[in-house]
Design a protein around this ligand. Structure first.
Ligand code: MOS
Length: 746
């Protein structure tokens, strides 16, 4: 049988190693083409016009001055926009597409100028005078979800528990009789994604066929949504997205500007390029919504949890319900017989929120893991000890066994590496010179998802292999990991693998979200390679001239660019010899790989433990993260280099969440006040200390053929709580509202 990566680790030359990015050279030299960089003939440029109010009606758009600018071709507004009359409701997000004159949020796309240069288009867009009939916007979730309201919501939870909630045992009784309790409200702010590459698209029509060069985490979903908006068959739409400069969830959806660019291209009958400015991305392309979460915990005198309740309310828009599933993880993180969770939304005059790295888990773990720290102090127990005492031996929600679960190893190994045993638990007891020193920790978990995926492998007479899967590389290293999987499975050097992705004409794969690309697409690539090899093996064993003539297929392995008997490493021949002798033009392997019923037999998740050290400057009370250790059980780590890199990214994302990121809205005007990277603070190098990432050696035979669990989102989960817990340890101040800024500590 062809190489099986999950099983014969020792034979893997690339998988599991710190292999350099195969696309690294093209990225650093600028050869990699991002959405706005594709060279297209006869290109014209679009610039968006966005609303400067958050709520109201557009009464007039005076385009006369803009139209007089040289180079301006057309200005599309709600007053002249082509009507989109889809037969059915298009899939994907609910989009505002100039079909009416209503303004529902700040920076809503309300028009676009098409001109022969980007400069003319942008200048003209700035000259369009918009008149509104304004209404007072509602943008404060606190007005609708006060502590009192949360309390009354939760007491009536039996009645209004949503589909998104969980319930087991008898919470009320268990909580009432608890020996030690926590009952607190935690909140997390609106956050904006800010990928390095802004949203950008080039739309080009040829008759009824549309090609979009887009920056997307989902080429196939984009194709579907776009086709539905224009009432054309999916086969008439092609999405090309070979490189994506980050998305973090924002690029999982097709937003209005993509449809508007295609609308504009049809109108001018030329290819149109539309790039959003940084400021234009605060509103119409999603954000992480503000959450308000109430957590109630009760434990017996031994620190065993007896009751958990977690109620989440998040903001959403008036035109789409977005659920931030903050309570999901809570139902299975700890063994506890009595539990209730609920999720509710408050509609405001804002754009629609969307998934941002570990949607649900990131804000949810801040609340739950902060509350666990509070309970540990309440009990006088070490926070790790509390968590170990409540470790669930099986999934407390489904009752299923874990496919694998290294959470206890994560606590142990992480604590050792961090030096946790030297911690004096007393708040304000540890110092570094004049500064207060704080050590905190938190646990993390993220589900392992996998969806059906396809791949195709073509082994060429040259001995090289072309491997193809629609998919996306959102900066995570998909090109590299898939090349490793293909090289090991085919027994070829990685230099002889050419991997293609980011094109909806390639084999169908899922979106790059939910940390599932490695497991889904990797399994398909492996299977396609095995399929191609099996066809070559068949040829060889039927070929009288082959040294493998009449050998058993199961006894043949692929290695060193050839097929050899596993029992006799000299007996066999090179792939190219089999291909040439049999006059094959190429050998193709196609495969679809999909999950079976393993999720009915096992509960499948990644785990982690995060340890953070903060110093609180004695003069300025400024919290500074000085050290962080994360220990993770995430299945097979396919590439140590790109994996560590991705963990660093996620942990850094968590630092931003804990200490700085906050999209601020003017409560009166409803406008975003910090729509740029000068005012929207993200961690820079000085904010990010040495990050230590440890992967537990984990073998999960149940989860998928590669044994990989995915790492994109567990990397941020728990980080904000670990830092908040460290701040409490340093200062004795419990900050339950992110981000943790100086004013809140003072
Ligand atoms: Mo992730 S928020 O599923 O890109």
């Amino acid at each position: 049988m062809a190489g099986k990566i999950g099983e014969s680790e020792q034979s893997a030359k690339y998988v599991g190693k710190a292999v350099n990015r195969v696309d690294g050279h093209s990225k650093v030299t600028g050869a990699a083409t991002y959405a706005a960089e594709h060279k297209i003939d006869d290109l014209v440029y679009a610039a968006l016009i966005q609303s400067t109010i958050a709520k109201g009606t557009i009464t007039k758009m005076d385009t006369s001055e803009a139209e007089r600018l040289p180079g301006v071709k057309v200005i599309i507004t709600p007053f002249n926009a082509p009507r989109l009359s889809s037969k059915s409701t298009p899939s994907g997000r609910s989009l505002l597409l100039l079909q009416d004159k209503q303004v529902q949020h700040d920076r809503q796309n309300i028009g676009l100028v098409i001109a022969d240069t980007w400069e003319s288009a942008s200048h003209a867009a700035s000259l369009v005078k918009v008149s509104y009939k304004q209404t007072e916007p509602q943008v404060e979730i606190e007005k609708h979800a006060t502590y009192e309201k949360l309390k009354s919501t939760t007491s009536e939870i039996g009645k209004q528990i949503s589909a998104a909630g969980h319930k087991r045992g008898d919470f009320s009784q268990a909580f009432a009789s608890g020996a030690h309790k926590v009952d607190q409200i935690y909140s997390t702010p609106m956050e904006s994604h800010n990928p390095m590459e802004p949203f950008a698209v080039i739309a080009s029509w040829e008759g009824e066929h549309l090609t979009l060069y887009d920056t997307t985490q989902a080429v196939f979903a984009t194709r579907k949504t776009v086709a539905e908006h224009f009432d054309i068959p999916e086969s008439h739409v092609r999405i090309i997205s070979p490189f994506v400069g980050g998305g973090f969830g924002s690029k999982l959806s097709t937003w209005s500007h993509v449809i508007l660019a295609a609308m504009a291209a049809r109108k001018v009958n030329l290819p149109v390029k539309l790039v959003l400015s940084r400021a234009q991305m605060y509103g119409p392309v999603g954000f992480r919504p503000k959450t308000i979460q109430r957590i109630l915990l009760a434990a017996d005198k031994n620190g065993k949890l007896t009751a958990i309740r977690h109620d989440n309310i998040n903001e959403t828009s008036h035109f789409e319900d977005y659920v931030e599933a903050s309570t999901h993880t809570t139902s299975r993180m700890y063994a506890c017989p009595n539990l209730i969770t609920s999720q509710n939304q408050v509609a405001l005059d804002i754009g629609t929120p969307t998934w941002m790295r570990a949607p649900g888990e990131a804000p949810g773990s801040f609340a739950l893991e902060s509350a666990m720290d509070e309970l540990a102090y309440e009990l006088g127990l070490d926070p790790i000890e509390l968590r170990v005492r409540n470790y669930p031996e099986k999934d407390p929600e489904s009752g299923l066994p874990w496919s694998s679960n290294s959470l206890r190893e994560c606590y142990k190994v992480g604590a050792e590496k961090f030096g946790w045993h030297k911690r004096n638990p007393e708040p304000k007891s540890m110092r570094a010179g004049k500064d207060l020193l704080g050590w905190g920790m938190a646990a993390a978990t993220y589900p392992t998802y996998r969806m059906a995926a396809n791949a195709q492998v073509t082994i060429l007479p040259s001995g090289e292999a072309l491997v193809q899967a629609g998919s996306q590389d959102i900066g995570t290293g998909t090109y590299t990991i898939m090349s490793q999987v293909a090289a090991d499975t085919l027994g070829l050097p990685i230099e002889k693998i050419k991997f293609e992705l980011g094109d909806s004409t390639l084999p169908r794969t899922p979106l790059s979200g939910g940390s599932m690309t490695a497991a889904s697409v990797g399994s398909a690539v492996q299977l396609a390679c095995q399929t191609a090899l099996n066809s070559l093996i068949k040829t060889a064993i039927a070929d009288q001239v082959s040294p493998l003539y009449q050998a058993k297929a199961e006894s043949i392995v692929a290695r060193d660019e050839g097929l050899y008997l596993s029992s006799d490493s000299k007996k066999g021949e090179r792939l190219t010899d089999i291909i040439k002798r049999n006059k094959l033009k190429q050998v193709v392997g196609k495969a679809e790989s999909k999950p079976g019923n393993e999720d009915e037999k096992y509960s499948m998740h990644s785990y982690g433990a995060i340890f953070a050290e903060v110093k609180i400057d004695s003069d300025l009370v400024r919290p500074k993260l000085t050290r962080m250790v994360g220990a993770y059980g995430a299945g097979k780590i396919l590439n140590l280099k790109t994996a560590r890199n991705q963990m660093f990214g996620g942990m850094t994302f968590g630092i931003g969440m804990a200490l700085m990121e906050h999209t601020l809205i003017d409560p009166k005007l409803g406008r975003i006040m910090n729509a740029d990277l000068a005012e929207y603070h993200l961690p820079v190098n000085l904010d990010v200390p040495n990050l230590d990432v440890i992967f537990i050696d984990e073998h999960d035979p149940h989860i998928n053929p590669l044994g990989a669990k995915g790492i994109g989102e567990i990397s941020i989960t728990g980080v904000a709580a670990a830092i908040a817990n460290a701040v409490y340890h340093a200062t004795g101040k419990r900050i339950r509202d992110l981000p943790i800024t100086i004013d809140k500590i003072m």
